[in-house]
Structure formats: structure tokens, C-alpha cells
Write a protein that binds this ligand. Sequence first.
Ligand code: ATP
Length: 270
Amino acid sequence: MHKATESASTSRRPACSAGDKSLVVENLRKEYTRGKPVLKNINLTVAGQCTTAIIGPSGTGKSTLLRCINRLIEPTSGRILVSGQDICTLRGSDLRAARRRIGMVFQEYNLVERLSVMENVLCGRLGYISPWRAWLRKFPQEDIERAYDLLDMVGLTEFARARADELSGGQRQRVGIARAVMQQPHILLADEPTSSLDPKTSVEIMELLREVASVNDIPVLVNIHDVTLGRRFADRVVGMSKGDVVFDGVPGDLTDEHLKLIYGGEDWLA
Ligand SMILES: Nc1ncnc2c1ncn2[C@@H]1O[C@H](COP(=O)(O)OP(=O)(O)OP(=O)(O)O)[C@@H](O)[C@H]1O
């Protein structure tokens, strides 16, 4: 067995909740160009409450993996089960319903800048309300109350009426997280959520993502370049290299040898 595969399959895994909100990725392959796989054969099972850091060099397929999971792009083959439902087979309204259950947090926040913080959070409910209500931005009272609760959770109650473009990067990312949780997702995906933020704010955002996983009993997957931060906050680290998973285990088991395997070379290691 290849050393990389061996280490991926024998590492310890964290004990996470065995609730009904889960992610299973089976034999996932993605080729943008025929015969040139960016993801070769990815297998992952992530239970609720588990925060997983996905690390690996640029171009190794981390974003492609998240984009396959939320069906922004079509996998070439394999299965992706969200809470037991294979989302790769879904089309039309079934796919839209499934995508509501997948929350997404972006590096550049993806807020609507001219809308208020409250309106941005409520955007997380757009997939649940009728088109005319969405057009008029008339949200049910229970959604508004929940949005206030989430703004409280992310520490932005006093900014509810502020425009998104008046906020700092860290505050914007908090709004992005509140918006994603507003969807009542079964899983949450975060693609480089801290790479535009200072170190202190990055720590706060990772703490918040951990809290979201634990309070909502959902798996949270975070693509992250900052290995130290990923190790510190994740229950599990998945190391990718050239489209394969080469490490999968608890942060304490991730050694310099694994990091060399993931990133190549060793001069960069302190
Ligand atoms: N839409 C696309 N069409 C063709 N190739 C693509 C497309 N998106 C990504 N790729 C290629 O797939 C490979 C993996 O890219 P991806 O963005 O998933 O890597 P990554 O690990 O997330 O990198 P980074 O850490 O820099 O964001 C790269 O070679 C990239 O050029």
C-alpha cells in the first residue's frame, strides 16, 4: 500500500456525535478535463459536531471538493450523501431543496453590500419562502426572531440595521456565518474563511465555526491554509495532496512527516 494511503487509513479519528446530520463522500472523482482528475478518489465520512480542517497546497483540489459537495460543480463520479441522501442524483427542485441544507461560508464573505446586516442574515431563508415574499423581502416573524437570535450569537445585535459595507472584515464574516446558519443547514462548508482576516479575528471566526458545529450538531468542513489554526480548532484534519487524501486523523497525530507528504519539501518547516 502506498505510504500516503496507509497513513490516511490508519490515523485515529475524533469521537463526534452520531446524530442524523452527516456527510459521506464515496469514491469522489472530478475531472475538469477528461482523463486529468483534480480529485482522484476521495472518501470521507463526517459526523455532526465535528469540525474538520482540510489542508493542502494550492491547486490540490480543496475548493473543488467543497464545490462538488454543494453541487456548484458536477462530480465526474462517486456519491455524496448529506444526511443519508445522495445529492449527486438530484435535479431541479429536489436539488434546490438539498442545497438549502448545505450552508456555505466564503473567503470574501459574499454579502449584499447595500443591504443591512439583518437583511443579509435573512437571505439565508430565501430558499424557504415563496417567490413573492422573497421579492418583497417579507419574511415570517419567526425568521426575523431567529435572525435576531443569530445576530446575538455572532455578537452583532447592535449592527442589525447597519449596511453590510459599513462592517469590518471580521464582522462581515460573522454575518456570513449567521446567514449560513439561518438556512438551518445539515452541514456547513467554509472555504478559506479566515484568509482575509488578522490573526486575532481569525481565531474568533474559527471559535465561532466550532460553536456552530457543536450547537447545531452539524459537521463543519473548513478549507484552511493556516495549518496552526486548523490544528488548534479542528477535531479532525484532512490533508490533501494532488487530489488524494493523504492524512486523515486527529490534529495531535499530524506530524512533520505528514506535512512533508502533504506539502512536499521540508525547507519551509521551522
Ligand atoms: N473551473 C475550473 N476549470 C478548470 N480547472 C479548474 C477549475 N477550477 C479549478 N480548476 C483546477 O483544479 C485544480 C484544483 O483547484 P482548486 O481551486 O480546487 O484547488 P485548491 O486546493 O482549493 O487551491 P487553493 O488553495 O489555491 O484555493 C487546479 O489545478 C485548478 O487550476
